[in-house]
Design a protein around this ligand. Structure first.
Ligand code: KG4
Ligand code: ZN
Length: 334
């Protein structure tokens, strides 16, 4: 039951990976649709679904070949796919393909929660993760603080009440005319700016483990409208510093509150350089271990889906073939 093929098509990356025993990545292929959506300034669901349809089989073929497997009889023990949360038209492409392959190869199908997948990024790259761990999961759609006592055992400690951290980066980037995707664009612009130039409020800094980013985004808009002469790199750097400070402060507070021994980053925003550095510094000062998955593992990929699928299969068994995709699937708390 050790070799899994996993498919990930929840948003705008078409990805397939082959992973052994939930740990050893034999291949991981990601085909990005960034160029397709860039001129619209965001993901267009209709286009995303069609692009997944075109890209999926070549991507699966590349993943199987990359793992040294035969395309007709690859000998995988199960096929996993992200079943939610995500865009329905995109999810359905991966789910239908995974079920078809599972039926054709007469192996189990296992549906995976995309958010749970992100939690496995650090586990895949770090053999000796220190549990209990606090995972700060920051993506385009979610901002969660999760306590993880072992693979599959989670407690939700905090979340955002409005925009996700990545969503705030994307909206601010669009407002500043920095392009798409927003996170990397803000990070690039911020390199030439002064993070102390504008003193944006740190939203809900001392307000428990709940996040809020929509007010900060509005504060950026107001500041630029009131001070049209302000430099864009200064605004980008000041906005980024506010987001990073809040994220790191609450991740450390969550670690203290839950008795964690380590802090892991996960999700696309975890690719952010200043966030990674601030997490390392804060963990060092607090005597906690920091696990920062590589940037490729932070953003959407299928290796993390395979790892989560491997553990789900062991704990819950195969998913029924008539189970559908669930666009608003909630975070799986145990
Ligand atoms: O996890 P992910 O690839 O997809 C979702 O599941 O949402 O995360 C995408 C999000 C986007 O909002 C993107 O702007 C943000 O992650 N992101 C970043 C960086 N790279 C990606 N945000 C800040 N800095 C980055 N370097
Ligand atoms: Zn994601």
């Amino acid at each position: 039951m050790g070799l899994l093929l996993a498919l990930e098509t929840s948003c705008d990356e078409t990805a397939a990976a082959v992973v052994e025993d939930g740990r050893l990545v034999r291949s991981s292929v990601v085909s990005s649709q960034v160029d397709l959506h860039a001129r619209y300034g965001g993901v267009v669901p209709e286009l995303a679904g069609r692009a997944h349809l075109e890209a999926l089989l070549p991507v699966v073929g590349e993943a199987l070949r990359g793992a040294g497997l035969d395309l007709r009889r690859p000998g995988v023990d199960a096929v996993a796919a992200t079943v939610g949360p995500g865009l329905i038209g995109s999810l359905l492409v991966g789910v239908a393909a995974a079920k078809s392959l599972a039926m054709a190869w007469e192996v189990p199908f296992v549906g995976v929660n995309h958010l749970e997948g992100h939690l496995y990024a650090a586990l895949l790259e770090e053999g000796d993760l220190d549990f209990p761990a606090v995972v700060l999961l920051v993506s385009g759609g979610h901002t969660l603080l999760v306590s993880m006592t072992s693979p599959g055992e989670y407690r939700l400690l905090g979340r955002t009440v409005d925009d996700a951290a990545g969503e705030a980066f994307d909206k601010v980037a669009r407002f500043l005319g920095l392009g798409y995707p927003g996170g990397p664009a803000v990070e690039r612009a911020a390199r030439d700016g002064d993070p102390a130039a504008v003193a944006f409020t740190r939203p809900m800094l001392n307000d428990g483990l709940t996040f809020s980013f929509s007010g900060l985004k509005t504060a950026v808009v107001h500041h630029v409208r009131d001070h049209p002469e302000v430099s864009t790199p200064d605004v980008a750097a000041s906005f980024q510093a506010a987001v990073v400070e809040v994220l790191v402060h609450k991740a450390l507070a969550a670690a203290t509150a839950s008795g964690a021994r380590s802090v892991c980053l996960a999700g696309g925003v975890a690719a952010n350089g200043p966030l990674r550095q601030a997490t390392l510094d804060a963990c060092g000062a607090a005597g906690l271990r920091a696990f920062l998955p590589s940037r490729a593992m932070c953003t959407d990929n299928a290796a993390m889906i395979a790892a989560a699928g491997y553990h789900r299969l062991r704990s819950d068994g195969p998913s029924p073939l008539d189970a559908g995709a669930v666009p608003s699937l909630a975070f799986p708390v145990s």
